[in-house]
Design a protein around this ligand. Structure first.
Ligand code: 2AM
Length: 175
């Protein structure tokens, strides 16, 4: 039986991807870490791991039953986790809609046997990887926002030395 590495997440609007990539290039020197390509910038809601197509189908059905209104996400925070080597963008106060959506998807994933980290959910967009050395973080005078009106199931595909994320299915946020 085939297994794919999957996760539920939120993608970014294309213009915002471009803005973030330009800002990142201004803010961080090349040696700070390996930049995630614009099209791969995302927020993970629930990581599923390598799962069978059967299990994925069950989770896709459950995802389709989620009823929640859209919400606005403010990107006004940044940080560095040296151990996984991640520089990230996030929000100082995560909106309730984001936390609810992630909680629902993570609970459904856990009930289906997908291991969920016991660490608190910290929504973030990974900007740089392999950032294990100290990094000077930009002063917090940035602020972007966007409306989240859908979420997606992504496949993580490793090919030619790099990982890319492919959206397999999306669901609108609506009541
Ligand atoms: P990261 O960006 O902080 O590394 C695809 O790998 C996505 O799933 C990435 O956003 C990654 O988060 C996240 N991810 C990978 N492994 C994970 C795990 N064990 N628990 C939670 N999220 C994970």
């Amino acid at each position: 039986m085939s297994a794919r590495r999957l996760f539920f997440g939120i993608g970014l609007p294309k213009p915002l991807q471009q803005q973030l990539v330009r800002w990142r290039a201004e803010q961080f020197p090349e040696e700070a870490g390996r930049p995630v390509v614009a099209a791969s910038l995302h927020i993970t809601l629930a990581f599923l791991g390598e799962i069978s197509d059967e299990k994925a189908q069950g989770l896709q059905q459950l995802a389709g039953r989620i009823r929640q209104p859209p919400f606005t996400l403010q990107l006004d925070d940044a940080g560095h986790w040296p151990r996984p080597g991640v520089v990230w963008l996030g929000c100082r106060q995560a909106p309730r809609g984001l936390l609810q959506l992630a909680e629902m998807l993570r609970a459904q994933a856990a009930r289906s046997g997908c291991y969920q980290s016991p660490q608190p959910f910290h929504p973030h967009i990974t900007l740089l990887r392999n950032a294990t050395r100290p990094v000077a973080l930009p002063s917090r005078n940035f602020h972007w926002q966007f409306t989240v009106d859908h979420f997606s199931l992504y496949q993580s595909v490793f090919a030619q030395g790099r990982t890319r994320y492919r959206a397999l299915q999306s669901w609108p946020l609506q009541e």
